[in-house]
Design a protein around this ligand. Structure first.
Ligand SMILES: CC(C)(COP(=O)(O)OP(=O)(O)OC[C@H]1O[C@@H](n2cnc3c(N)ncnc32)[C@H](O)[C@@H]1OP(=O)(O)O)[C@@H](O)C(=O)NCCC(=O)NCCS
Length: 237
């Protein structure tokens, strides 16, 4: 599939498509060829046309992208617009922690030695203990909510006046690779800057966890150093 800005030459095909949709009502003025032409020529900032908006931004920044990268950017914009409506971060509660962990699946990328991987087993008492202990440990936990369902967790630990260490985990594969992690990271950074008034976020990732490294680098994190287990990253807010 390839998305591009509609052109007036597409009108006849688009009109047939509209007419083939049950229940669609067209208006003689705005939906006429003239009306649509005016609409297409209107300033991009008056209406949301992701393909056009992206073209303008790339033009302004003098960036040339191949078709595939351009489509990916457009899809990201559309996806994030959708998540803007449906994803929110709220303080974790015991009830939410149970909803998260009852369907939780371990992710192999979090295991240094893949042979140590074990399926996660939900145990009510352990989740109770976890939910009771994070405040004592000085953590801030946020539940990632998508369409009223808890789908993951954001964790801030080692919080100082200036910085905190960030962690994120999504509930299971049903929610991964759909842009939800990236979107939640953007929201978490916003929360850290706006509500926690932090200046810097740091985090550590196993070198073998190439997907997380990609996701955080994509979101502006820079590698600072490596220790004997992890690669460390930071982002100035
Ligand atoms: C890490 C995590 C939060 C990412 O969230 P997500 O919703 O799955 O990720 P997104 O869909 O936003 O982005 C995935 C990106 O990684 C890329 N990717 C997928 N597999 C990859 C791999 N093996 N290596 C490199 N990049 C990979 C995708 O192409 C996509 O890139 P793009 O946005 O440039 O197209 C989630 O996968 C997770 O919970 N993992 C387990 C816990 C974890 O590793 N936490 C991080 C340590 S704190």
């Amino acid at each position: 599939m390839y998305l591009r800005k509609m052109k007036i030459e597409d009108y006849d095909n688009v009109y047939s498509l509209w007419m083939s949709c049950v229940g669609i009502g067209l208006n003689n003025l705005d939906d006429s060829k003239d009306g649509i032409e005016k609409f297409l020529n209107r300033n991009v900032y008056h209406t949301f046309d992701p393909a056009f908006a992206i073209e303008r931004i790339l033009e302004e920044k003098n960036i040339l992208l191949d078709e595939e990268s351009q489509n990916k950017k457009i899809m990201n914009i559309i996806r994030n617009q959708h998540y803007e409506q449906y994803v929110k971060l709220i303080p974790m509660t015991k009830e939410l922690a149970h909803k998260l962990f009852v369907d939780f699946k371990n992710d192999i990328s979090l295991f240094d030695n893949k042979e140590d991987f074990k399926e996660y087993q939900y145990e009510k008492e352990k989740v109770d203990l976890y939910a009771d202990s994070y405040k004592e440990k000085g953590y801030i936990l946020l539940a990632i909510i998508y369409k009223d369902e808890v789908i993951g967790e954001i964790r801030f630990k080692n919080i100082t006046e200036e910085s905190a260490e960030l962690g994120i985990i999504l509930k299971n594969d049903n929610y991964k690779n759909r842009g939800l992690g990236s979107y939640s990271i953007i929201k978490a950074l916003d929360y850290a800057k706006t509500f926690l008034k932090l200046k810097k976020i740091i985090l550590s990732i196993l070198p073998s966890n190439t997907k997380s490294i990609h996701v955080f680098e994509k979101n502006g994190f820079k590698e600072t150093h490596e220790d004997d287990k992890f690669v460390w990253f930071e982002k100035i807010l």
